[in-house]
Ligand binder design. Structure first.
Ligand code: FES
Length: 190
């Protein structure tokens, strides 16, 4: 049973918004990904109930909807944490200790089977090469790049984002302080 069946008072509103999204995009079958993207923005993730609802409203078989959701890594069928941590496990990062870094994140957050911490604050995932191998090992937190991350940085990074979270939603968009020379911004790609 998905968490979406809980006593969520805003659930009706979310489904109303989903109706509007489907109405807006349903003209073309190729719009399924757009619908799923916006539905995920509304619900935070795409549980089975939402997938079935979209299938019913669009006439697309639920198996096809589920196939798209599970194929693309940008979609999640489980609730995600407030902050997304992606650790690059590409070759350059791997040989520079990225595996130990992701293991430390998981251990610090008490992650066993899932990717999201019990307090709902963090989701930890691995990712392929981010194109910044010169900064290996590389991670992103909420899309912000941290280069040359060592195991000793792990507790500090979690502390910083917890602190920002406590400071309130307004403060969450602020960037955490970075030690000089410890982390670098990836230059804009081509
Ligand atoms: S291998 Fe990690 S950025 Fe390229």
């Amino acid at each position: 049973m998905s968490e979406i069946n809980g006593p969520d008072k805003g659930l009706d509103q979310k489904y109303r918004r989903l109706d509007q999204i489907v109405d807006r995009f349903s003209a073309g079958r190729g719009q399924l990904i757009r619908i799923l993207q916006e539905a995920q923005d509304v619900f935070g993730y795409l549980p089975e109930e939402v997938q079935a609802y979209i299938a019913g409203r669009t006439g697309i078989p639920v198996s096809e909807v589920n196939g798209v959701v599970t194929f693309y890594s940008l979609f999640s069928t489980r609730p995600r944490g407030r902050h997304g941590i992606n650790v690059c496990l590409g070759t350059a990062c791997y040989v520079q200790g990225a595996r130990e870094v992701i293991e430390d994140f998981r251990r610090e957050l008490g992650l066993k089977d899932g990717d999201t911490s019990g307090d709902g604050l963090f989701t930890v995932k691995s990712t392929r090469c981010l194109g910044a191998c010169g900064l290996a090992p590389v991670i992103t937190v909420d899309g912000e790049v941290h280069g040359r991350v060592s195991r000793r940085d792990v507790p500090r990074i979690l502390r910083q984002y917890r602190k920002l979270h406590k400071a309130g939603e307004a403060a969450i968009d602020q960037k955490p302080e970075r030690p000089a020379g410890d982390q670098e911004q990836i230059p804009a790609g081509p």
